[in-house]
Write a protein that binds this ligand. Structure first.
Ligand SMILES: Cc1ncc(COP(=O)(O)O)c(C=O)c1O
Length: 372
């Protein structure tokens, strides 16, 4: 038959057959093919190859979630007795991994605010095996200055891992800034359509074998259908991100001048404390922003309930705009003191700007603000 599919098939297979025992032995010993889909799968490998190219690293690995990428990538770098330096404003699951789970394995983590570059460098100089960063942060979009931090980490032979989920590979180039291993929750921008839970890790060749082995042991590989959908997401990633960058900036400027808004947290605004770093480090300011309404908790809750176009949901980065009130969900576990220390007020709203027209989003925000 002439004509080939434009879109590659999804390789929904758990295992692979061989013409001879010698072929099977060769694949097991040389990793020269496929044997079992917890090890590798053609759909996953295809997505990994595109992901590695996109981030500029030699290798990428696909995972069943962002957290699977983080746990596997971090654990493959550490041994009992090691010390980790991490920025404090990291995803809750990552914080629990470092602070609770790995503490049980005699691995100590010291946390410092991501914007306190000197403090992080001071901690690194005391000795560390790993520097763990996430930037921009959730939900206040603070920015870590990656390059000097990576340089300081390498000065003490620490590996640098960065969670770049909020920036996506379009707005930030961790490879150029000295990051050894970059991780994304592909559940967000990379998948882009709110329909997969997945993760990617990109790394230099020298880290690959160990992380691949840990993925095989821990069992967190991406499933073929998610790999297929991630590949579809990649095709429009650049277009989506450009639109989301533009709309988020338009929405941020609108909110900044609104009389019922106390503060807007968006790295693209000159008023943001890390604007200068973001300008230097990022090629776009992203589709995430947060804002404090000049109202109490209950009124902010009714603002959320009045939204019609913007959906009340956790997660972020996809085509539909999503909003949440961090203290009711993502940051509900924090004590009031720790929330205050982190700058997360009861009237804070996080907004993930989708690909709808900015005017439609502004209209929705306007009518919801009118009612409170
Ligand atoms: C910045 C960041 N990293 C990692 C994760 C974890 O990703 P997943 O939910 O795909 O495991 C999330 C999830 O919200 C996130 O926001």
């Amino acid at each position: 038959m002439k004509g080939k599919p434009v879109i590659p098939p999804v390789h929904l297979t758990a295992t692979y057959k061989f013409d001879s025992s010698d072929d099977l032995i060769d694949v097991v010993q040389q990793r020269s093919g496929y044997i079992y889909s917890r090890w590798d799968n053609p759909s996953v490998v295809e997505a990994e190859n595109e992901m590695a190219d996109m981030e500029g690293y030699a290798k990428a690995l696909g995972f069943g979630s962002g957290m699977a990428a983080i746990t596997t990538g971090v654990m493959a770098q550490l041994n009992s007795g090691d010390r980790v330096v991490a920025s404090r404003e990291i995803y809750g699951g990552t914080f629990e991994l470092l602070n609770d789970v790995l503490a049980n394995f005699n691995i100590e983590t010291v946390f410092a605010n991501c914007w306190k570059t000197d403090k992080i460098i001071e901690e690194l100089k005391k000795g560390a095996s790993l520097l763990y960063l996430e930037t921009p942060t959730n939900p206040l979009l603070r920015i870590a200055d990656i390059e000097p931090l990576a340089r300081a980490a390498h000065g003490v032979d620490a590996v640098v891992i960065l969670d770049g989920t909020f920036a996506s590979p379009v707005n930030q180039r961790p490879f150029d800034l000295g990051v050894d291993i970059v991780i994304h929750s592909a559940t967000k921008y990379l998948g882009g359509h709110h329909d997969i839970t997945a993760g990617f890790l990109c790394c230099h060749q020298k880290y690959f074998d160990k992380i691949w082995t840990y993925r095989k042991i821990l069992g967190g590989i991406m499933d073929p259908m998610s790999a297929f959908l991630a590949l579809r997401g990649f095709k429009t990633l650049d277009l989506r991100i450009q639109k989301q960058n533009d709309s988020a900036m338009t929405v941020a400027v609108y909110l900044k001048d609104h009389r019922k808004i106390k503060a807007v947290h968006y790295p693209g605004l000159p008023s943001h404390p890390d604007h200068e770093i973001a300008k230097r480090q990022m090629s776009g300011f992203g589709g995430m922003l947060s804002f404090d309404i000049d109202r109490d908790f209950d009124q902010t809750k009714s603002f959320m309930d009045r939204l019609q176009v913007i959906k009340l949901a956790t997660s972020l980065g996809g085509v539909s705009s999503l909003a949440n009130q961090p203290i009711t969900n993502t940051h509900a576990a924090l004590s009031p003191e720790n929330r205050a220390k982190a700058g997360i007020s009861e009237s804070l709203v996080r907004l993930s700007v989708g690909v709808e027209d900015a005017d439609l989003l502004i209209g929705d925000l306007e009518q919801a603000l009118d009612g409170v």
